[in-house]
Design a protein around this ligand. Structure first.
Ligand code: G1P
Length: 271
């Protein structure tokens, strides 16, 4: 059973400057709602009961967003507005599920995940990257049902343009399982175009074994001087751990870039 999720939120959001110079990118509105709420809803709908947010001092705004009780109580008393009441109820529900841990130095996704170690109780957990929105179908839910059958790690995959492979983690396939799933032979973080083993990219949904923490503890810095989750996953695969790549059926929205962020509101408004 997968009951816990980790969401790294300490990233600086430089791809979205100037919007992120004083604001957390995950709170930026997408069609009238902070992006992070889409991710939380995906988790809840997939059966997740507890979410660990990895934030930084600079991103404490995210914690504050979920702890404005006295402000809401005052406004609701004064205005008796049903909409505001329902929004507060929703925030309270999220507040109860979320734990906060800190990653004050931006040392990469792998380092962020390691910070959540003490909170992870079960053998497997879900990890979601908040820049990656997947709409129209719950990717986490589909991945959890694959996990329930196969009892191994699962990662989301999507074909990308061959000229952009150096922006993603890229899979080397071992074997096709069926139309939507394949066994992973290897995964390489942001390879050069000429070295990329495929154009199947890692998208930010991972079901990981807690063994990953042992790898992360001594994981060396990789591309760009950061500790990458991809590099630790690679070592787990080399050790014989089974990883399935899942070609998800929903629509991908890249909210971590300005172009993608702007497009995401338009796409969601069409649903
Ligand atoms: C991260 C991962 C990368 C993955 C991507 C998906 O990169 O390191 O493997 O393909 O997310 O969005 P980032 O977007 O942090 O550069």
């Amino acid at each position: 059973m997968i009951k816990q999720a980790i969401i790294p939120l300490a990233g600086q959001g430089t791809r979205l400057l100037p919007l992120t110079s004083v604001f957390a990118k995950e709170l930026l509105p997408i069609n009238g709602k902070p992006g992070i709420e889409y991710i939380i809803e995906e988790c809840i709908d997939a059966g997740i009961k507890e979410i660990i947010f990895i934030i930084s001092k600079k991103k404490e705004m995210i914690k504050k967003y979920f702890y404005k009780d006295s402000f809401y109580n005052k406004v609701i008393k004064k205005k008796k507005d049903k909409r505001i009441f329902n929004e507060f109820k929703k925030i309270k529900k999220y507040q109860k599920m979320i734990k906060f841990v800190y990653q004050n130095k931006p040392m990469g996704t792998g380092d962020a995940v390691l910070k959540a170690k003490k909170h992870i109780k079960d053998k497997f957990f879900l990890m979601l990257l908040p820049d990656d929105l997947i709409i129209k179908r719950n990717c986490s839910k589909d991945m959890i049902s694959i996990f329930n059958k196969k009892k191994c790690s699962v990662m989301a995959s999507m074909k990308v343009n061959k000229n952009t492979v150096n922006r993603w983690g890229i899979y080397q396939k071992k074997k096709t399982i069926n139309k939507l799933n394949f066994l992973i032979e290897d995964v390489i973080e942001k390879p050069e175009i000429k070295n990329a083993p495929s154009n199947n990219a890692v998208i930010g949904r991972y079901i990981l074994n807690r063994e990953i923490f042992n790898k992360l503890k001594n994981q060396r810095k990789g591309k760009g001087g950061e500790i990458h989750i991809t590099d630790a996953i690679r070592r787990l695969i080399k050790d014989g751990n089974k990883f399935i790549g899942h070609n998800f059926s929903g629509k991908y929205l890249d909210c971590g870039t300005m172009h993608g962020y702007i497009k995401s509101s338009v796409e969601i408004s069409k649903i």
